[in-house]
Design a protein around this ligand. Structure first.
Ligand code: G6P
Length: 579
């Protein structure tokens, strides 16, 4: 959720921290702050986005420091609740991502001992406990503090008179970067890519000390070695490259992303684990959940393997009967609910498979098997290329399960995506722009595509949108249809084509305009729809991908026409590391 960053080296830390926080802003962007140590500890923090107000923060003195960009959980977004938080003496500062569940008990205890709290946050208790233990050795003080904390954290701490940044993680991501005479720490690797490709992923329970002499990592009181890994992600991939928004750039990267993800070799042991499983269950949240629903339709139809798909956020409290193999789908690899569900599955002795985009992320530490999507860094909060990459990985798995009989068709899909990217969406976007509500309807595998189309639309345009199984619209939502309620109908050829056309006519008869998405040359659909957007006439397996890309473009162009903050929609965050 929140993003944290630390720098220690020969350069001035503040500008490095500010640039790192700008890269991490997608994790949360309601306020920001940094603290540096030069001749003394100084800090600056502010409600709002760092990209809009960084002048003062960037001028702080010192060659070591820590920074934070916030997604509020405890306490409203304001200057005081922003991180870093300082101890009573103002000589220790920390930034934190995660939630301290027992903070109110700790706070009462600390207040009883005379500590003064400035903010409403859970985080502030951490720095006051460190203060209790600090006698000049920050590493020791942090080591003594952590056993008091319940919940999740990635923490960076600095103190006057200690030349180190102390980092610790428990159930929140934290990665260290090794540069040329400089050291970094961050919630993920995007801020590091400008300076180094050598990274160390910390494990839960690790405490690290970054100093001018290098990095030391401790686990359960003992110094351990954590090997550095080389990251192949290209920094250019994390820049806008001439596009108006990251979201549009990421949509346009999808031909390559699909091709790479559908072609990547999959460990035969992973395929065997699926073949040998008596039952499969997929857990996921948000857009990844919709990709999982698409997987269910495809694998049940093409391989006759039944699959349960569960929202990870429901799983912990309403646990369904376990299956032999539990698959977690998470682009970030960090979604707290998804990780918790996977850990529960392990505790029940289920096999586990993680599908993620991020090397070294939490899911890779929990799952028995891992398949990586090949999407590269995705910066826009709205998931687009990571979703298409998930579908590609699912199709890759299915192709492997079916003796590679779909090789040929899967290696043409990227060309069909290229064609779709040239579609003119402006008329359809005009209809949507004027709407208060929009329905998205589909049948079969197009039903989860409709759910995802609606999610994308509401996420970035702030227009209420709902995805529906087309046959269900008449069981309630018909009462909402009017000329101001466009219905986006996903209507490609297949068993349900004729009944979809009937559903579209029913919608039209109730006065709602219809945006039809169907195959190029489909005259019947073109006649009944008010606007038709075409996908190339290729293979039925391609339609789910091309239709999904059209829906992304529709949401993008509608949001753009409304002047929305497309890459950072209000109240959201890309990586949700709290329950
Ligand atoms: C957040 C993001 C969504 C994403 C969901 C699940 O809500 O804004 O785009 O689909 O988390 O994330 P995951 O990383 O588990 O796929």
């Amino acid at each position: 959720m929140c993003g944290i960053v630390g720098y220690l080296g020969m350069k001035q830390a503040a500008p490095m921290l500010v640039s790192g926080l700008k890269r991490l802003e997608y994790r949360g962007y309601d306020s920001f702050g940094i603290a540096t140590i030069g001749s003394s500890l100084v800090s600056a923090k502010k409600c709002g986005r760092i990209s809009e107000s960084d002048g003062y923060a960037a001028s702080l003195e010192g060659r070591m420091g820590i920074g934070h960009t916030r997604w509020a959980t405890h306490g409203v977004p304001n200057d005081v609740n922003s991180h870093p938080h300082l101890d009573c003496t103002g000589s220790i500062a920390i930034v934190h991502n995660g939630i301290i569940e027992n903070y109110s008990v700790l706070r009462r205890h600390l207040e009883g001992r005379g500590h003064h709290f400035a903010s409403e946050t859970d985080t502030e208790v951490i720095v006051h406990i460190i203060e209790e233990y600090y006698t000049g050795d920050l590493l020791e003080a942090v080591k003594k503090t952590l056993p008091h904390l319940e919940g999740s954290y990635a923490i960076l701490a600095i103190a006057e008179n200690d030349p180190r940044i102390i980092a610790a993680r428990e159930a929140s991501p934290l990665v260290l970067g090794i540069g040329d005479g400089e050291w970094f720490a961050a919630s993920d690797m995007t801020p590091l890519l400008d300076y180094t490709q050598q990274v160390v992923f910390l494990e839960d329970g690790d405490i690290a000390a970054l100093s001018p002499d290098g990095i030391c990592v401790f686990h359960e009181g003992v110094e351990v070695s954590r090997s550095a890994e080389r990251i192949e992600w290209d920094i250019e991939a994390a820049k806008k490259g001439g596009f108006a928004h990251f979201m549009l750039k990421e949509i346009f990267e999808q031909p390559k992303v699909f091709y790479d993800s559908v072609s990547a070799a999959i460990d035969p042991a992973t395929i065997r684990a699926i073949q040998d499983a008596g039952g499969l269950m997929v857990v996921a949240c948000g857009t990844s959940y919709h990709a999982a629903l698409i997987f269910r339709y495809l694998i049940e139809q093409l391989c006759q393997i039944p699959v349960r798909v569960e929202l990870a956020s429901e799983f912990k409290y309403f646990t369904p009967p376990m299956q032999d193999l539990v698959i977690a789908v998470t682009q970030s690899g960090e979604t707290a609910d998804t990780i918790a569900a996977l850990k529960m599955a392990k505790a029940h002795n289920c096999g586990t498979l993680g599908i993620t985009n991020v090397l070294g992320s939490s899911v890779t530490r929990v799952a028995d098997h891992i398949v990586y999507t090949q999407a590269g860094p995705e910066i826009s909060v709205a998931a687009t290329k990571s979703f298409i990459a998930q579908i590609a990985v699912f199709l890759n798995l299915i192709n492997n399960l079916c003796d590679r009989q779909y090789d040929e068709v899967l290696h043409t899909v990227h060309q069909a995506i290229e064609t779709v990217l040239l579609e003119d969406i402006s008329v359809a976007a005009e209809y949507c722009k004027r709407a208060h509500d929009i329905f998205f309807i589909g049948r079969g595998v197009m039903y989860p595509a409709a759910l995802e189309g609606a999610l994308k639309m509401k996420e970035i345009t702030y227009i209420h949108a709902e995805g529906y199984a087309a046959g269900e619209l008449k069981h309630g939502p018909f009462s909402l249809l009017s000329p101001e309620t466009p219905v986006v109908a996903l209507c490609t050829p297949g068993d349900s084509y004729a009944v979809m056309l009937s559903n579209i006519k029913e919608v039209k008869a109730r006065g709602a305009p219809v945006i039809g998405i169907g195959r190029e040359g489909d005259r019947e659909l073109a006649e009944v729809a008010d606007v038709m957007i075409s996908v190339p006439p290729t293979h039925p397996l391609t339609d789910i991908v091309t239709t999904s890309v059209v829906l992304q473009l529709l949401a993008y162009h509608t949001a753009n026409a409304l002047g929305r903050d497309i890459d950072k929609p209000r109240n959201l965050a890309k990586s949700v590391t709290v329950e």
